[in-house]
Design a protein around this ligand. Structure first.
Ligand SMILES: *Cc1c(COP(=O)(O)O)cnc(C)c1O
Length: 394
């Protein structure tokens, strides 16, 4: 890692991404398309680079949440379709999207009216997908608005309604999922009864893809699996996935402290034995030790959260955040600081300043400006200075 002067960086294993992609594609039927979801910087892996890697393997359809994410991919030379998951609310935004051949989503009558108006001015072909809300409560065209939306869009000669989709709320609950699926299918059937055929119908994210093969329809939208792990819940696990992501840093200080000494703000941890304490330059601003602060999902989930919090409070190692140094795990102690954290090492440890530390940060929270090294067979490539990305040069 001699090329990287910074004291923290991400390593992305290209071989792992390729292996995961191959395993996933192996389970997608031939007549179903893959829409690779690379939102939120490809779940922390680097949207542009992941898209490039996937492109090389023949992926030609991507999805992201926001226009700026799509434009970044276009600027980087990604030529496949790029579907947006959320509506654009300004004329300038829609104009920019049309000029860059981004596939727009229509989530309401007002979206349709705005897109229609801008499209008539820009006079360029435009693909779009209709979004139907069947029970997530985020967005979607209502049943009452649908025929008017289609009327407006069909009358516009520049517009192709390429797809129609919905998004599932709770793959673990079969009854609710089937209810959403039936609602979606009934809408499609109504359209087809009126001779309206939309080529790409889709409703499956990673968990629906795994659990309900009958819901693959014409395309599956896969993000989490491509990021190298299984979604939460009881789901089939038909292939092995590899984590491509590692966040690394270096020890920047080591102190010898005594049994009974306190660690960190509010003195939340007191050493139970003499120890070495290493300082690492990674804190909650880097996504370390951050729990997603959503409410508990149900009573059992609440109990689990309480138990975990309690065991962590008691200092049980298995429940603490642990970092890896020279192949061994060591606990983070005390409150994590904004940009630093403390790691307890045995008193006789030979770990010293500069040693490399692997830190389990939440990869979806890591800032996209952290340097990223793409690694192949354990060897990192060279930094390309424009975007601080390291490339493998064969
Ligand atoms: C994020 C997202 C996906 C991908 O979901 P995963 O579970 O990560 O595969 C698919 N569709 C929509 C609308 C999304 O927002």
């Amino acid at each position: 890692m001699a090329d990287i002067n910074d004291n923290k960086w991400i390593e992305i294993d290209i071989a792992a991404i390729n292996r995961n992609l191959k395993a996933i594609i192996g389970k997608i039927p031939d007549d179903v398309r893959l829409i690779a979801v690379v939102k939120n910087n490809a779940y922390g892996h680097g949207a542009i680079d992941v898209a490039r890697i996937l492109c090389q393997k023949g992926v030609d359809f991507f999805a992201v949440t926001y226009l700026e994410e799509a434009l970044a991919l276009r600027r980087a030379g990604i030529t496949g379709s790029i579907l947006l998951f959320s509506p654009i609310i300004t004329e300038e935004g829609i104009r920019e999207a049309i000029l860059n051949e981004i596939t727009l989503v229509v989530t309401s009558l007002s979206d349709a009216q705005l897109i229609d108006r801008v499209s008539e001015k820009v006079k360029r072909p435009l693909n779009l997908h209709l979004k139907i809300d069947t029970g997530l409560g985020r967005f979607g065209i209502s049943a009452e608005e649908l025929s008017e939306v289609i009327e407006i869009l069909s009358a516009n000669l520049y517009i192709l309604i390429e797809g129609i989709f919905t998004h599932m709320a709770d793959a673990n609950h079969e009854g609710y999922t089937i209810k959403q699926f039936n609602k979606f299918n009934n809408i499609i059937k109504d359209l087809e009864d009126n001779n309206i055929y939309i080529p790409i119908k889709h409703c499956a994210n990673s968990s629906i893809f795994l659990k309900y093969p009958n819901m693959h329809l014409d395309a599956v939208r896969i993000g989490t699996l491509l990021a190298g792990h299984y979604p939460v819940g009881k789901l089939p696990r038909p292939f092995t996935l590899t984590e491509p992501f590692a966040f690394k840093t270096k020890v920047i200080a080591v102190n010898n402290l005594d049994k009974g000494d306190y660690l960190g703000y509010f003195r939340t941890y007191r050493l139970k034995r003499n120890a070495k304490v290493a300082v690492i330059p990674v804190g909650f601003s880097n996504g370390l030790a951050l729990e997603v602060a959503n409410p508990a999902m149900n009573f059992l989930d609440l109990l689990k959260i309480l138990a975990r919090t309690f065991f962590r409070y008691m200092g049980l190692r298995r429940f603490s955040t642990q970092v890896k140094i020279k192949g061994n795990l060591y606990p983070v102690r005390g409150k994590v600081f904004m940009q630093m954290a403390l790691v307890e090492l045995p008193a006789d440890s030979d770990i010293e300043i500069g040693d490399i530390v692997e830190v389990p940060v939440r990869k979806t929270l890591v800032a996209s400006n952290v340097k990223c090294a793409y690694v192949k067979d354990g060897v990192a490539g060279k930094i390309r200075e424009e975007d601080k990305t390291v490339y493998i040069t064969d």
